[in-house]
Design a protein around this ligand. Structure first.
Ligand SMILES: Cc1ncc(C[n+]2csc(CCOP(=O)(O)OP(=O)(O)O)c2C)c(N)n1
Ligand code: SF4
Ligand SMILES: [Mg+2]
Length: 351
């Protein structure tokens, strides 16, 4: 694949975070996506979230499938581990890597084609198993890379650039994630960085399966009148449930909000999500209410965004399987090979 490396030089006085890195240290190669593609804004939001959270780049593993969206890990976190899988297979590779080494932060980046079409089985099982990860779908309703076919998330009745009407019912990734037991479920919009950055930060701090559906318009094939994934449509129909302020556990909470508008949820790692409620009746800790809310908004042609569901006490795959905490590459021969006496004992139980 051809790519353009970014010049390494930068201004010597750029601000450094608490682990000594500038924002530039979280960037990747120069993007080759179309100018204005929503995916580039998501890359910028990931860079900002990781820099502000003092994430050490070498502690991150970014994985993706195939598509314009799945190319984006090349454009952020250039000093992190990366694995570009085949189409739709990112979740199983991420699951395997996570089982081998739980100490890394797993960031899965995918598209609506990659996750909702060819990879739907993989998507479903990674969420169902509670893999501790941040799973982002950059959702534009089309296969951008292969020139604009409808994907499985395209709304019924929406019109392609060439005027074809989509007759198939859409697959709702948020509804699925809620039903499958994901413990952090959010929807963002690539055109709203103020909402997206804290949503990503909250997902990084979350110790379970975190899923973020980000509506990310494809300016080349799905940004026209009749598309429900265009910048204009999403701006007009965006129904924001809440606004998050992410407060890491090290920071003191200083800002006050009027009573009644605020919901504070502490996560397992001590970080606090301060939710300014824009819909007074909405409580993101209630999974069934979240399902109803999203479907009710959808029926009105609105796009519900914000933190839609959060379980503050999540359990992940390692807890379900009671696995060993030490990464496989740090287990010595003594742990891996308990000796012939232990093997004889196991064999005896099978006779
Ligand atoms: C097994 C296989 N089937 C089909 C393709 C062709 N293909 C490449 S990307 C893609 C769809 C990508 O769509 P999406 O995940 O939505 O990414 P976008 O480009 O829209 O960001 C398809 C069908 C492929 N690469 N491999
Ligand atoms: S084809 Fe669409 S999804 Fe792909 S880079 Fe261009 S605007 Fe983005
Ligand atoms: Mg797509």
């Amino acid at each position: 694949m051809t790519y353009l490396a970014k010049p390494k030089l930068h201004h010597p006085t750029l601000t450094r975070n608490n682990v000594g890195y500038t924002r530039r240290d979280y960037e990747g190669k120069i993007s080759t996506l179309c100018a204005g593609c929503g995916h580039d804004s998501i890359s910028a939001a990931i860079i900002q979230a990781c820099w502000e959270l003092d994430v050490e780049p070498h502690r991150v593993a970014k994985l993706s499938g195939i598509g314009c969206s799945s190319k984006t890990p090349d454009y952020f976190l250039g000093n992190s581990h990366g694995f570009n899988t085949v189409h739709g297979r990112m979740p199983s590779v991420l699951t395997g890597a996570n089982l081998a080494n739980r100490d890394l932060l797993y960031l899965g980046v995918s598209g609506d084609g990659d996750s909702a079409s060819i990879g739907i089985g993989q998507f479903v099982h990674a969420l169902r198993r509670g893999v501790n990860m941040v799973y982002i779908v950059e959702n534009n309703g089309v296969y951008g890379l292969t020139k604009g076919q409808f994907s499985a998330t395209a709304d019924q009745g929406s019109v392609s650039k060439k005027g074809v009407v989509n007759s198939d019912a859409p697959l709702d990734l948020i509804g699925l994630a809620l039903q499958l037991g994901a413990t952090y479920v959010a929807r963002g919009f690539s055109g709203d960085k103020h909402q997206l950055v804290p949503l990503i930060k909250g997902a990084i701090a979350h110790q379970g399966a975190a899923f973020i559906d980000v509506i990310s318009p494809c300016v080349a094939f799905n940004n026209h009148a009749g598309s429900t994934k265009s910048y204009e449509y999403v701006r007009e129909h965006n129904e924001v449930a809440n606004r998050i302020d992410f407060v890491p556990c090290r920071d003191e909470i200083t800002v006050d909000y009027p009573e009644g508008e605020l919901l504070e949820v502490e996560q397992h790692d001590g970080s606090v999500l301060r939710l300014r409620k824009l819909d007074a009746d909405y409580d993101p800790r209630n999974r069934v209410a979240a399902m109803n809310y999203v479907h009710a908004r959808d029926a009105q042609g609105e796009v519900a965004t914000g933190l839609l569901y959060l379980d503050p006490e999540p359990r992940d795959l390692h807890a379900h399987l009671n696995t060993v905490a030490i990464p496989f590459n740090r287990l010595g021969e003594a742990e891996l090979c308990p000796g012939s006496a232990a093997l004889a004992k196991i064999n005896a139980t099978l006779r």
